[in-house]
Design a protein around this ligand. Structure first.
Ligand SMILES: NC(=O)c1ccc[n+]([C@@H]2O[C@H](COP(=O)([O-])OP(=O)(O)OC[C@H]3O[C@@H](n4cnc5c(N)ncnc54)[C@H](O)[C@@H]3O)[C@@H](O)[C@H]2O)c1
Length: 351
């Protein structure tokens, strides 16, 4: 039975988000739970300790105290320094991305944590706890892509009178991809959207989110990427390791100084040359192409991102705290009693 809920300060590099804003903490307290907030957990998002304490939260000075709660809710997957807090029966609710985090998966299994992932929850439809951060990461992809194109090939997305606009290819036109496409279109780039879902392509085409659409295939992607200035990777198969849709030789065919933003990196990346980067060291160059593969892109917009995440998470947190078997948590449970129980995650980690 859950009596206490812990809200730790995030420890991932550059991460300034917090999972719950003060009003969400107040709802949990009103529902009868004790909420422990780690000192300065909300500061990066503009919520000081007093804003939580004045609503009844208990501010605790150490991570130890917050992790000793019955249920811990946080933003990013626990970092290695936090594995020591895992214990049998602890309920954890956060982003996990276990397909790309085998070490974390093992630590959760070995310790007996009941681990629920935001990104695989499918109630009532879609991926409602992933979508708000995908929205923010998608918008950010257009911004950082445009920024690094200046440093790289010196190309402006919108072109100029007498000069062609830049070409942007977005692979995966879901929530993140659509917002990235909209951002790039907003800066007057030429944007091609690639997806396996023809209905999504139809919608994007009709709504003018993209200038062209391509049904996903290796040939179509190779051709589009060869002439692209910016490639955004945003393909997802829920719970699974991201498929390598853009191959190494496609990247090698790009003009030097072109840019790749692989948002799917949190699931391992949908671009073969991608490897995870951090907010403090966001890029590296491979085959002359600048790669931006930050695994916590929304962390750089902590105010907006924390509020959006908190609004989505708060009702499901109460469901979980009241009844771990609630049907409103469908798809979220990843690790239970030492086993990987989400089929796509289990398959990804057994491959
Ligand atoms: N790096 C970050 O900080 C960050 C932040 C938020 C989200 N993300 C990640 O961005 C990715 C996309 O998330 P989303 O919410 O937009 O997912 P989504 O489910 O809304 O969209 C994924 C899209 O990929 C498409 N797709 C699947 N297989 C494909 C294929 N073979 N070819 C082309 N398209 C294919 C799907 O049809 C779908 O339209 C996820 O990996 C998510 O975790 C990363």
């Amino acid at each position: 039975m859950v009596r206490s809920i812990g809200l730790p300060k995030e420890t991932k590099d550059g991460e300034r988000r917090v999972a719950l804003e003060p009003s969400a903490v107040a709802s949990a307290i009103a529902a009868g739970f004790e909420v422990r907030v780690e000192q300065s957990a909300g500061l990066g998002a503009g919520f000081d300790d007093a804003s939580y304490a004045s609503l009844g939260a208990k501010i605790v000075p150490t991570a130890d105290e917050v992790w000793s709660s019955d249920l811990v809710v946080k933003v990013k997957e626990p970092q290695e320094s936090e594995y020591k807090f895992f214990r049998d029966g602890l309920i954890l609710f956060d982003y996990l991305h276990l397909a790309a985090e085998p070490k974390l998966a093992k630590a959760l299994q070995d310790s007996g944590v009941e681990a629920y992932a935001f990104e695989t929850l499918t109630y009532p439809a879609g991926l409602p706890l992933l979508a708000p951060m995908s929205e923010i990461a998608g918008r950010a992809a257009a911004i950082v892509g445009a920024y690094y194109l200046a440093a790289g090939s010196g190309t402006l997305l919108g072109g100029a009178a007498g000069v062609q606009p830049a070409r942007v290819v977005v692979v995966g036109l879901g929530v993140a991809g659509t917002l990235a496409a909209r951002g790039a279109r907003g800066m007057d780039a030429e944007v091609t959207g690639v997806d396996i879902d023809l209905h999504r392509l139809y919608q994007a085409h009709m709504e003018g989110t993209v200038t062209a659409t391509l049904a996903s295939s290796e040939t179509a992607i190779a051709e589009a990427v060869a002439t692209a200035d910016l490639v955004v990777g945003a393909a997802l198969v829920t719970g699974a390791k991201a498929p390598h849709l853009v191959k190494r030789d496609h990247i090698a065919s790009m003009r030097p100084g072109s840019v790749v933003v692989d948002l799917a990196i949190d699931q391992g990346g949908c671009i073969e040359t991608s490897k995870p980067t951090s907010l403090s060291h966001p890029t590296y160059i491979e085959s002359g192409v600048i790669h931006y593969c930050v695994t916590n892109v929304p962390g750089q917009y902590p105010r907006t991102a924390s509020r959006a995440l908190s609004a989505a998470v708060a009702p499901r947190l109460l469901d979980l705290a009241r009844d771990v078997n609630s049907e409103r948590l469908v798809g979220a449970l990843n690790v239970s009693q030492g086993k990987l129980v989400h089929p796509a995650v289990a398959k990804a980690l057994s491959a």
